[in-house]
Design a protein around this ligand. Structure first.
Ligand code: NAD
Length: 437
């Protein structure tokens, strides 16, 4: 960040979820007054009282530090009065068909008054063509309400850092004051700025997530072949990742990707292609590989335990990844229901996601600590690589169990340490003394 000014343009942020709150706090930290709007009255009341509704490292502190520049309301009035740029960060969840549900986006567009001095800046992930149809709606109002696509690339768990140090900022617009105003807002971050047209900006977001998801499904398939052939996917990824055309990131094999973005955005791009008459074959495979990957753990458990009926299985970690309480599309959701379907009794522990998980997972026992989840279990499945699981006293854990099996769904625990402690240790794509899957 090169400079922070207290004299920067005020902005509006519509939708105060993961993206909206981080965007609001980030721009407040850069010196803007930020007028936040959400339809969730309880959330707004909490934010006004200083309660941050999500668990994201550094966010509560940033909001507290810039409290005087952050304004929260369920009403658009103050945002429209004070700000020209209105950032939209409402949810775009998948519909049954896999297309993005744009009802919240349409509600926001419908609430905008005719105006020559405002612009909507779309942070929400939307299908290519959304901006064009919104621009058409604004044109029909006969006023010059502007539209800018500015897709968000933050990662939950490091969202504040990602806002302050983005790899790039993509701004798609039709070439007038609004795109320049967005660029000026981001200028203090000294990030590469990609100025482009609206459709290309929309596609950058979808293509980026689809590429990352493809990389994960690719290494997961390599892991599955490693299991059949005796190679070690961790060694393979190390060797591949040093090639700078490939790079080491997103080469960690595991039990599949989840979260609120990858599954939905990959499906949305596949649907978008299909709706436009193109069959995106590769993405079908990426999605299918990911679904099957979540279930491979079941076969690993059965290899050692036989039938799972009546077996006690401890899941360590529930959130879709560490450092977040987000449970959307988490692998633990599929796993816990598959295990119960196979007759197992499931106990679970997550350092921060329990409250969210209770809304989505039924029939399991929530333990207050990892040690309590594993005591008496026939097997442990490590689902989310929370750092605290590396600190687990493995010898004490195995002593407290009824069985000795540890299935490491994230290749997170040191195999030698686990085996030395007395565990039968199974990982993803790593050699097992007990033979292939
Ligand atoms: P979220 O569900 O956490 O938050 C959405 C918020 O919008 C909620 O607080 C909801 O009450 C509010 N809202 C819904 N309709 C509204 C309306 N008409 N007016 C005002 N507020 C309204 O969602 P999120 O995870 O922050 O994602 C938002 C968008 O950003 C999505 O399109 C998502 O794909 C995209 N995105 C998310 C991430 C991520 O990591 N979460 C990263 C990049 C992009």
């Amino acid at each position: 960040m090169s400079s922070v000014s207290s004299n920067r343009a005020p902005i509006g942020v519509i939708g105060t979820g993961y993206v909206g709150l981080v965007t609001a706090a980030g721009f407040a930290a850069l010196g803007s007054d930020v007028y936040c709007v959400d339809i969730d009255a309880e959330k707004i009341a909490g934010l006004r009282a200083g309660r941050v509704p999500i668990w994201e490292p550094g966010l509560a502190e940033l909001i507290a530090e810039h409290r005087e520049r952050l304004h929260f309301s369920t009403d658009l009035g103050a945002a429209l009065e004070h700000a020209r740029l209105l950032f939209v960060a409402v949810g775009t969840p998948p519909t049954y068909s896999g297309d993005a549900d744009l009802s919240a986006v349409h509600a926001v567009v419908g609430a905008m008054p005719p105006s020559d001095r405002h612009a909507l800046v779309m942070k929400s992930t939307v299908p290519v063509g959304t901006g064009e149809s919104i621009e058409r709606v604004f044109a029909e109002q006969g006023k010059g309400f502007r539209y800018v696509s500015c897709p968000e690339f933050l990662k939950e768990g490091s969202a504040v850092k990602d806002f302050l140090e983005p790899d790039r900022v993509v701004i798609g617009d039709s070439g007038d004051w609004a795109g320049d105003a967005v660029e000026a807002l981001y200028a203090p971050l000294d990030a590469p700025i990609v100025r482009t047209d609206v459709k290309s900006a929309e596609m950058v977001k979808l293509a980026s997530n689809a590429f990352l998801a493809t990389k994960i499904s690719f290494i997961n398939e390599i892991a599955n072949v490693c299991e059949e052939t005796g190679a070690d996917v961790v060694e393979v990824a190390r060797g591949m990742g040093l090639d700078d055309r490939i790079g080491p990131k997103f080469l960690q094999a595991g039990i599949g990707f989840g979260g609120s973005c990858f599954p939905k955005d990959v499906t949305a791009l596949k649907q978008l292609a299909g709706n436009s008459g193109y069959h995106f074959q590769l993405l079908n495979a990426v999605i299918e590989v990911n679904e099957l990957q979540k279930r491979r753990v079941i076969a690993k458990l059965q290899k050692h335990l036989g039938s799972l009926v009546g077996k006690e299985i401890a899941l360590l970690g529930l959130a879709f990844k560490p450092n977040t309480d987000d449970m959307r599309e988490a692998s633990s959701l599929v796993l816990s229901s598959r295990l119960q379907g196979a007759g197992a009794r499931v106990r679970v522990y997550d350092p921060v996601a329990e409250e969210e998980a209770r809304k989505l997972i039924r029939g399991v026992v929530f333990a207050p600590a990892a040690t309590e989840a594993v005591a008496g279990a026939d097997a442990i499945v490590l689902v989310t690589e929370w750092p605290e699981f590396r600190e687990l006293d493995l010898a004490a854990a195995v002593q407290s169990m009824r069985g000795t099996l540890l299935v490491d769904g994230r290749n997170f625990i040191d195999p030698e340490a686990a085996r030395a402690a007395g565990f039968v240790y199974e990982a993803i794509g790593r050699p097992s003394p007990h033979g292939a899957r």
